[in-house]
Ligand binder design. Structure first.
Ligand code: HEM
Length: 469
């Protein structure tokens, strides 16, 4: 039925899974080169259409948005989110959840700017902890992960943990193990019957118990029972308080059919942790890696801060519009690292006509964000790290339409504002405070990333030497 082309013969049961060779993201890019920007792959029982390039992705997300609101019924939505919360909901319930959370996050970032305050506190802790290393080679990735996790704890339920606190160390252990277990049991996504294999060869039972521990921890942290809710309160300091107040308000108005309930509160907060910590932490760690690998760029970043802000204080959000090279560097870090290569999958709920083909109802639709961030036509030399590509001749910031690391359309990343603020505050504080060097005199760390659900820098250590002012 005028379906987009596929890479070859789909075997019974496995479909095209047998054709994947090496890194799956590279394989998908290779197929887009041979088959074009739209193609079909059968992954076990799931028929998926892969979209590449700005034209098709923006057409799908902007013009056909209403047909792509739902998520497919798959393993991760079922096991991680139990089909609840902002990431997994679809249709009307998703619209309500999204509108509420979006306006709450926006309010937290305005006026007194509770968000910026919380990020600043974490940035100060990060600098102080790195300084304790006294120039010894250190892997900063865990430290950064604790700081961005604390930001999500603060924004969600006004909590922060000391870096040595058992609770946060245990949480990071869960997160690390969750990603490993999602890898080992991924095959269940395509063959659900494997859940029932005796013993636990695919670590499915361990996955379920890890997720249960994560949910219990979040319930504990939100301290719902201890909170008092007053529906006339307009001001709030965190998402949980705003959520409970709005839920109570709806109840008092007799609204019954609402997604503002306990199950969605828990899964939405869990979504913030799952979508908003590794992504942000990995980007910050990549920025330090690139500073080490490109000392001239690192020097230029510091020089700009010295010229525009001075050396007495770290930049704050009000300086952002004057620090054009820093903004360009952060965007190039996001483009070059491509922390999220594929957006979160969607389900076509009606037939969609795209690129001369028909995407039939019931198909999963996957958006290859990498195909835009590394588009040769758009960037010329996408394989080169060059922040200047985001500046014009007069030094003003220019952003190409293909720069979409947070996705596009109504279902794009809800945390974009928070993430952008975090990247600016953390990265500018690091540049201002330290000069970073490779662990070795004669060798730079590898820029080749580890690829899983997201991209991360391969483990590396840096020497952080405080700037003398
Ligand atoms: C550098 C950091 C981040 C990157 C690169 C990133 C990227 C993305 C991308 C590509 C998507 C999918 C968009 C789509 O399907 O079109 C997404 C969705 C999402 N992100 Fe982020 N994200 C980041 C940080 C955050 C933060 C800090 C939060 C915390 C609030 C967050 C929460 C979410 C949620 C809840 C969704 C699902 C939205 C929905 O389904 O409506 N993200 N993100």
């Amino acid at each position: 039925r005028n379906a987009p082309p596929s890479p070859g013969w789909a075997m019974p049961v496995v479909g095209h899974l047998h054709l994947f060779k090496g890194n799956p993201i590279d394989q998908l890019s290779a197929w887009s080169r041979s088959l074009g920007n739209i193609f079909t792959i059968q992954m076990g029982p799931f028929r998926c259409v892969m979209l590449n390039g700005y034209d098709l992705i923006s057409e799908a997300c902007l013009k056909h948005h209403e047909s792509l609101l739902e998520r497919p019924n798959n393993f991760s939505h079922e096991e991680i989110f139990k089909y609840a919360g902002i990431i997994s909901l679809g249709g009307r319930k998703w619209k309500e959840q999204r509108a509420f959370l979006q306006s709450t996050l926006r309010s937290l970032g305005m006026g007194r700017n509770v968000m910026a305050e919380r990020i600043r506190v974490e940035a100060d802790y990060l600098l102080a902890t790195i300084e304790k290393s006294q120039g010894e080679a250190t892997d900063i990735s865990n430290l950064v992960m604790v700081c961005v996790t604390n930001v999500i704890c603060g924004v969600s339920f006004s909590k922060r943990f000391d870096h040595e606190d058992d609770k946060i160390i245990q949480w990071l252990g869960f997160v690390k193990r969750l990603f490993e277990l999602l890898g080992s049991s991924a095959v269940i996504n395509f063959f659900p019957v494997l859940k029932y294999v005796p013993g636990d060869p695919l670590r499915y039972k361990e996955l379920k118990s890890t997720l249960q521990k994560m949910r219990t921890t979040i319930v504990e942290w939100t301290e719902k029972e201890k909170r008092t809710v007053n529906i006339s309160d307009e001001a709030f300091e965190d998402v949980v308080q705003a959520f409970l107040t709005e839920a109570e308000r709806k109840k008092s108005q007799g609204v019954k059919d609402t997604s503002l309930d306990d199950a969605n509160l828990l899964s939405s907060v869990l979504s913030f942790f799952n979508a908003g910590t590794e992504t942000t932490a990995n980007t910050i760690v990549f920025s330090v890696l690139y500073m080490v690998c490109f000392p001239d760029i690192q020097a230029k970043l510091y020089q700009e801060i010295e010229d525009v802000v001075g050396t007495d204080r770290a930049p704050d959000v009000s300086d952002k519009n004057k620090l054009n090279f820093l903004s360009a560097f952060i965007m190039e870090t996001q483009r070059f690292s491509g922390v999220i290569p594929l957006a979160i999958d969607r389900l076509a709920t009606s037939d969609i006509h795209l690129g001369g083909y028909t995407v039939t109802k019931g198909t999963s639709v996957m958006l290859n964000l990498d195909s835009m961030l590394r588009d040769e036509m758009a960037w010329g030399d996408p394989e080169v790290f060059r922040p200047d590509r985001f500046l014009d001749e007069s030094g003003s910031v220019v952003i190409k339409k293909e720069f979409l690391p947070f996705g596009i359309g109504k279902r794009h990343c809800i945390g974009e504002g928070l993430a952008t603020m975090e990247l600016f505050i953390f990265i500018s504080a690091l540049v201002h405070k330290f000069e970073f060097f490779s662990e070795y005199e004669d060798k730079l760390p590898s820029m080749e990333p580890n690829v899983g659900f997201s991209r991360a820098a391969k483990p590396f250590k840096v020497k952080a030497i405080p700037r003398t002012t």
